[in-house]
Design a protein around this ligand. Structure first.
Ligand SMILES: Cc1cc2nc3c(=O)[nH]c(=O)nc-3n(C[C@H](O)[C@H](O)[C@H](O)COP(=O)(O)O)c2cc1C
Length: 323
């Protein structure tokens, strides 16, 4: 199925514990043109897990295309999850809008995922990966995308063959993290393999990995020829990276946010979370994200420490405004 929206240029990567509704809202405002929930266990959905349902919820204000990412290793279970999520009829999680896509996780390196044959382990089982995509495409009402790596380890780089298989199985777009599973989050990005993958398929390909500035994004696009970039860690505490890259793409200058703007944005993100989860849970769950917003601000070390024990909005506000 062709993507029913423009090919994304600057996308927000799925990140467990990070890319919730509040953070997606802030990133969308800054120009992210495709956003993805954190990974949702298809198996947990099969067992009607309520907590999982919350992670999969989309909100009516999510105006830019937003995908729900699922992970698993059983085609039928994955198809069942995709069917319910794509129609927004999953019990315990009746989202007001449908996702733009169902994204399949084939990149997660975490042992608790890969040791179950899920996430990046699928790179070692291309036939199973293909079966999963075919089953999910059949079941889903919306296009299906795949987020993959370039292989399991340096000895088994398989990005081109794997990408072609995903395209043949019906994937509408690929996101490729330019590392192997063994490369986790630190090996150098393999630009050449990303370029070969982009050249080998007709569907759009987004390049992912190690983009922290507009210059990184430019280099990624120039060296790989990919259609767009997807950004993960570079957006943590710095959602302005999307605006920075967009400005560079359009030949405009970019003014970085002031300390006051950073503080206001962090507080707004916190207010969105509190409105959804309540004050105590909201503050506790956001402590890490709030601290990221302070990175690089002079004299912020004390504030970061103080945030780790804050449990009310007023406390956080006092600490941040003190900056
Ligand atoms: C905290 C964290 C959580 C992540 N969770 C997911 C996830 O749920 N699904 C997924 O496909 N990738 C996940 N990733 C990987 C990112 O989407 C991305 O591929 C990776 O961080 C490389 O991109 P970056 O260099 O821009 O961060 C996660 C990464 C981080 C740092």
């Amino acid at each position: 199925m062709k993507l029913p929206f423009s090919t994304p240029r600057i996308a927000l990567a799925p990140m467990a514990g990070v890319t919730d509704h509040a953070f997606r809202t802030i990133c969308r405002e800054q120009g992210a043109d495709f956003l993805v929930t954190e990974m949702i266990s298809a198996k947990a959905m099969h067992y009607q897990d309520r907590k999982t349902a919350e992670l999969a919820r989309l909100w009516s204000d999510e105006t830019a295309p937003t995908a729900i990412q699922i992970f698993g290793s059983e085609p039928l279970v994955m198809a069942e999850a995709a069917e319910a999520l794509s129609r927004a009829v999953y019990k315990h999680c009746l989202s007001p809008i449908k996702p733009a896509c169902i994204d399949i996780n084939m990149g997660c390196p975490a042992p608790k995922v890969a040791n179950n044959g899920e996430g990046s382990a699928l790179l070692k089982s291309p036939q199973l990966a293909e079966d999963i995509v075919r089953a999910v495409v059949r079941a889903s009402e919306v296009p299906v995308t795949v987020k993959m790596r370039i292989g399991w380890d340096e000895q088994s780089i398989c990005g081109v063959d794997f990408a072609k298989r995903m395209e043949d199985a019906g994937a509408s777009m690929l996101v490729v993290h330019g590392r192997t599973r063994e490369g986790r989050f630190s090996a150098p990005i393999n630009f050449d393999e990303l370029a070969r993958i982009k050249a080998a398929v007709k569907i759009p390909v987004l390049a992912n990995g190690e983009i922290f500035t507009a210059a990184d994004a430019k280099r990624m696009l120039e060296r790989t020829g990919c259609d767009g970039v997807m950004i993960g860690r570079g957006a943590m505490g710095n959602p302005w990276i999307f605006a920075e890259i967009k400005a560079a793409m359009e030949g405009r200058s970019f003014t970085p946010p002031t300390v006051a703007e950073r503080v206001e944005t962090a507080l707004r993100q916190l207010r969105i979370v509190i409105a959804e989860r309540g004050e105590r849970m909201g503050v506790i769950s956001q402590r890490g994200q709030l601290a990221w917003y302070l990175k690089g601000i002079k004299g912020a070390a004390g504030a970061r420490g103080a945030i780790t024990s804050a449990s009310t909005y007023d406390e956080v506000e006092r600490i941040l405004r003190g900056l």
